[in-house]
Design a protein around this ligand. Structure first.
Ligand SMILES: [Zn+2]
Length: 294
């Protein structure tokens, strides 16, 4: 049964990764990583898990495409272009994939679902904040000092960006409580239909008040992850300077103009992918602590 699920998961994941590659959302390595991640999540988790991943993937890809033109002027700042590579896919979805793997070992437990949902909520919060935050008319301020900074600077936050993060996190939390571990929330609207039965997952009864509470906790965990992302971006993330353009950038060793960049602050190894990884890890940990305490 596991092998059939993995095979079906692989075919679905491959189809989506290829579509993303052709739509230029992912580069070649990113498409391979997305296919592996999708196979893990679809194949080991099932449909409910696939919905979580798809909500992140579809909404963030749509936002990049919708606002890509207006963001392009900032591309010289970001370490990578709009096409995601394997490291970006792993940084955003790797933790969620690990929880899908945990689910395969502990199918009766709920915590892998909570961890996966919170990790993806944080990744979505961060992506929405980046995609929508750069459109803000207000000057971003550094998260820990409040000093105004140039648009697109790591660690710079705006009210609009933070609201976008909250909305991005809430979308994943909503899907997490509707499709709670495969027990489809269609029962909420009076349709006693269980996707879980088809997927061989034991459905869990989960009362409405608890769903509402976990909608809140997962949303908060995702927002916390994106705040930690900004805080790391403002303090420990490696930021470089281009001597030719005189601009701060995440690009290393070469700026988009071709000049060699030099480190101005942060830890040399802590690049944007590591920051994103810590963002998803911290959200998952926060949600798991809540799960343990409540
Ligand atoms: Zn330059």
């Amino acid at each position: 049964m596991v092998f059939v699920n993995l095979l079906v998961g692989f075919i679905l994941a491959l189809a989506i990764a290829l579509a993303a590659y052709r739509a230029r959302t992912l580069d070649r390595s990113g498409a391979v990583a997305a296919a592996v991640l999708g196979t893990l999540i679809f194949g080991l988790g099932g449909l409910a898990w696939a919905f979580l991943l798809m909500a992140f993937f579809v909404s963030s890809s749509l936002l990049s495409r919708l606002f890509g033109k207006r963001k392009r002027s900032l591309d010289e700042k970001f370490s990578k272009g709009s096409r995601r590579d394997a490291w970006q896919v792993a940084a955003n979805g790797g933790v969620a994939g690990l929880f899908a793997l945990m689910h395969a070992f502990f199918p009766a437990e709920t915590w892998p679902w909570i961890g996966c949902a919170a990790a993806l909520a944080a990744a979505n919060a961060d992506t929405w904040a980046t995609e929508l935050g750069v459109l803000s008319r207000n000057t971003p301020r550094m998260i820990h000092t409040g000093k105004p900074v140039e648009r697109g600077t790591s660690g710079g936050v705006t009210l609009e960006g933070t609201l976008a993060a909250l909305a991005g996190s809430a979308l994943i939390a909503l899907i997490a409580v509707i499709f709670w571990r495969g027990y489809t929330g269609l029962v909420l609207v009076g349709v006693p239909f269980r996707i879980a039965d088809l997927m061989g997952i034991t459905p869990v009864n989960f009362p409405f008040e608890q769903r509402l509470a976990w909608f809140g906790w997962i949303t908060l965990a995702g927002l916390l992850g994106s705040l930690i992302d900004s805080l790391l971006g403002a303090t420990l993330q490696a930021i470089y300077r281009c001597p030719r353009c005189g601009k701060e950038t995440e690009k290393y060793p070469l700026h988009s103009c071709g000049a060699q960049t030099t480190l101005v602050r942060g830890l040399p190894w802590l690049d944007n992918d590591w920051v994103n990884t810590f963002c998803t890890v911290s959200a998952a940990l926060a949600a798991l602590v809540m799960w343990y305490l409540l």
